[in-house]
Design a binder for this molecule. Sequence first.
Ligand code: GUN
Length: 283
Amino acid sequence: MAKIIDGKAVSAAVKEDVKKEVEALKANGVEVGLAVVIVGNNPASRVYVNNKKKACEACSINSYEYALPEETTEEELLNLVEKLNNDDSVDGILVQLPLPSQIDEHAIIAAISPEKDVDAFHAENVGKIMIGEYNFLPCTPAGVMELIHSTGVTVEGKDCVVIGRSNIVGKPMAMLLLHESGTVTICHSRTKNLADICKRADILVAAVGKADFVTADMVKEGAVVIDVGMNRREDGKLCGDVKYDEVFEKASYITPVPGGVGPMTIAMLMKNTLTAAKRKIKE
Ligand code: GUN
């Protein structure tokens, strides 16, 4: 039977530390600000953006929301990004994805100043992560590492399997596990013998986007299982990528959905925004 990794508790601790530092900066006349840009009416994005704003409040970070209509052009969004790049009260810029189809996501990410890119999606920041010399870590993989650390399990020498190869989660996740000397395998939709590979994992990270994808027969006895999935069942209930009830019996540690990785992503965003603001005191 697994121990449950409490993402809410770990994220609360991270946010508390951020808040203390933000307030210490404030006492020295330095305010910390995050601009959150949302384009269109995607309901999931609306929920995420509201949660990010709430987290800013909890951490004493100023949040500036820019809600643009669905028909916004790429040029209009680029103009806003440029304005935010040049705004000293904005330390971090987050453009919520996905964007409407008339806007090229890559062009927008490339336009965000790497120093304000608190998602760590810009190619410069991605490159820095590859060589291990980064300012920001992407929020979800960084949150997963915090959760793994909270168990006391070390990554060094462990077989780590990441299911999913997205730019946002799978690829950077693999890199962070590698930085801590894990032996890392990335699986994806074309992987052969996926179940056998997963079954070798001491640490298994599922970022597939399919409900109940990881079943108990794919999990090694005693594995640490991290579920990045956020899927909605037909009845509207949230669930992860892992068939929780049966994997719970086999894993040593497991993250629930909700209440696992989700809250960590936002906590790490707060941490990145603080990191971005510290640049001002070094200059
Ligand atoms: N959409 C889903 N996850 C994310 C994220 O981490 N950052 C941004 N900007 N958009 C997202």
